[in-house]
Design a protein around this ligand. Structure first.
Ligand code: ADP
Ligand code: MG
Length: 626
């Protein structure tokens, strides 16, 4: 029973919110080449309204006009310069119409205002890709009247009217059927839109894949294709159709890297059409506001952004999944709970990985493009996915000390391993160039042993899940004694500092550095470099130290052992009798700081400038004396 209405509802005037006024102002007073997109926006709203209504009907029997066809009808009147778009969707109550059409929509509109500030110049180019929502109608309209009747059987019809200035009117209306009717009086210079051919053409380009029939004029046949592309046999689809579908459903203007289209019948019935987009970043104009796949059950959309169909690390995938086996009368929540989901996920993940493997094998260049965009996701998978982690090993790519400019798979590395090498070596650092200078690489360089260069933040996380590839353990060069198969290289054998002198030197270092190191000792691992820092036994491993750093955890650089190269000329000079002790101390400090720097661990690199200046002055001073 309805409450008696105390006062007869009358037309009331409301003022738009400031932000909405701003948006309307931009839309009305600018000239856009692509203002036809207003039609796409209105049709997309109609389609949303129909989808929501269909959902209601699955669970809620009390719906106005339950027999009415779920459809959109467009009529035009050339003489009157009007277009009318009517849907039999969910409709709006008075409160809803004020809430939804009186306030700026969260989605595209805010971004639109922002972008209009930033990119005034070629704005007309981007508007076509924008979801600006309902208000985009004011690009083409002198006035707009929305008449709506909610699906609730007792709801009253309501009307909303605006001309694009600061106010809108809401009042009671006559409408017997469920849904929403939008009447538009076109601006004089927008008369082209009151034309059936023009409308057909726009729909073909922007809205062909709306899942409900769109009728035009008195027409009995829908003008949109409505095909569920994913349910169509591959052999019947052209490249162009796949591309169109992708563009229209994502508003991503860049051609996707690749697509996966497949059907299974056992163990579960399933259609899927998935795309790997060209870019990892969603464009600011993308239609898709969240990660997730569209999930259909028997051709009916039940979830726009389903995140349970693929593992987290494949969240960049876009597309549609449709299964006959999902019960229809379910809510989104029960879909999640249904035992079918893990099965679907397993099948879909398998297909995506298969596609990536085949790309890596058959189209290595394309795979590299993929890797540069999405490699981080795969690394995340190795680091955190306990089910698939190992299956991803062959998808990984690395720069290496021997091939720093190109990408190598672990299998490539293994194929190039030296006789007798049983481990895969890697070095962690901040960037590929500085890492190549690391003292930890001295002996590897001398021997020509290849080392993986792990210089991306994600790499430290990757290592938490990557301990072994096939039978080869992964080892950090900072932590191995020497590369396997080492034989001392006689040509590079140089005279070492006498033991007694070296002991004196070590004591000197210990005195100067004090608490900052846990020990100072001779290294067997250095050739070109003076010194290096190594972790004492039992310290947090270098990857984890980095993980802490990246996670912004408060952590103190663990104290390290400073290893010195007993054959390095610099250290020899340092021992010379004339070496003045103040300068000696300064140099010892600098050697330590340099070691911290190449390790990427120096807490305050700019503090070095002053000391370097002292050293330069000393060097020039001694020159003068000569
Ligand atoms: P968005 O579609 O991104 O939410 P819009 O500006 O396009 O933003 O639409 C604003 C809101 O108005 C919609 O979310 C919806 O609630 C309501 N709306 C618009 N058109 C219709 C319609 N044809 N039927 C029912 N509700 C509608
Ligand atoms: Mg919309």
């Amino acid at each position: 029973m309805t409450e008696p209405t105390p006062i007869a509802e009358e037309t009331q005037s409301f003022s738009f919110k400031a932000e909405t006024k701003q948006l309307l102002n931009i839309l009305i007073h600018s000239l856009y080449k692509e203002r036809e997109v207003f039609l796409r926006e209105l049709l997309s709203n109609a389609s949303d309204a129909l989808t929501r209504l269909r959902f209601e009907m699955l669970t809620n029997q009390a719906v106005l006009d339950p027999e009415a066809e779920l459809a959109i009808r467009i009529t035009v009147d050339k003489d009157q310069r009007t277009i009318t778009i009517q849907d039999s969707g969910i409709g709006m109550s008075r409160e809803e119409i004020i809430e939804h059409l009186g306030t700026i929509a969260e989605s595209g509109a805010r971004k639109f205002i922002q972008a209009s500030k930033d990119a005034k110049a070629d704005f007309s180019q981007i508007i076509g890709q924008f979801g600006v929502g309902f208000y985009s109608v004011f690009m083409a309209a002198d006035w707009v009247r929305v008449t709506s009747r909610s699906f609730h059987p007792q709801a009253d019809a309501v009307s909303w009217y605006a001309t694009g200035d600061d106010t809108y009117q809401v009042g009671p209306a006559e409408m017997s059927e469920r849904g929403t009717k939008i009447e538009i009086r076109l601006k004089e210079d927008a008369a082209e839109f009151a034309d059936e051919f023009r409308i057909k053409d726009i729909i073909h380009r922007h809205s062909d894949y709306i899942g409900f029939p769109i009728y035009l004029g008195e027409g009995k046949d829908p003008i949109n294709k409505r095909t569920s592309l994913w349910r169509t046999a591959k052999s019947e689809l052209s490249e162009e159709q796949y591309q169109d579908f992708y563009r229209q459903t994502t508003l991503d203007w860049e051609e996707p890297l690749t697509r996966i289209h497949f059907v299974t019948d056992a163990p579960v019935q399933l259609y899927a059409l998935l795309y790997i987009p060209a870019k990892a970043e969603r464009g600011m104009f993308a239609l898709r506001k969240e990660d997730g796949l569209k999930l259909y059950s028997r051709n009916i959309l039940i979830d726009e952004y389903n995140k349970d169909l693929l593992p987290e690390y494949l969240r960049f995938m876009q597309g549609v999944v449709d299964s006959e086996d999902l019960p229809l009368n379910v809510s989104r929540e029960t879909v999640q709970a249904s035992g079918l989901m893990p099965l679907l996920k397993k099948i879909l993940t398998g297909q995506v990985l298969k596609e990536l493997e085949s790309l890596a094998k058959n189209k290595p260049e394309k795979y590299e493009t993929f890797w540069r965009e999405f490699g981080g996701y795969i690394k995340q998978g190795v680091a955190s996915d306990h089910v698939d982690g190992e299956k991803l090993h062959d998808l990984l790519r690395f720069n290496t000390s021997q091939n720093p400019e190109s990408l190598s798979a672990l299998a490539d590395y293994a194929g190039r391993m030296k006789d007798g090498q049983k481990e895969i070596y890697y070095i962690v650092g901040d960037d590929p160039r500085s890492v190549l200078r690391s003292p930890h690489l001295d002996t590897f360089r001398d021997q020509g042993t290849e080392v993986l260069l792990l210089t991306e933040p994600m790499d430290s996380f990757l290592l938490m899940g990557l301990h072994k590839y096939k039978d080869y353990e992964l080892k950090n060069v900072a932590q191995v004694e020497a590369p396997a198969g080492e034989k001392p290289a006689p040509e590079t054998e140089v005279e070492r500092i006498a033991d007694a002198d070296f002991t004196t030197l070590i004591e000197r270092f210990k005195t100067v550095l004090g608490e900052r190191v846990t020990d100072v000792r001779a290294s067997k691992r250095l050739s070109q470099s003076v010194a290096r820092l190594v972790d004492p036994e039992g310290a947090l491993n270098p990857e984890l130290q980095r993980v802490y750093k990246y996670l912004g955890k408060e952590y103190e650089i663990p104290k390290k052992i400073l290893e010195l190269n007993p054959a390095h000329p610099l250290l020899k000079s340092l021992l010379q009798p004339g070496a003045e002790s103040v300068l000696q101390n300064i140099i010892i400090e600098q050697i330590f700081d340099n070691a911290l720097l190449v390790e990427g661990l120096h807490p305050d690199p700019s503090s070095l400038a002053e000391r370097i200046q002292q050293i330069m002055e000393a060097a020039l001073g001694s020159n003068k004396q000569n």
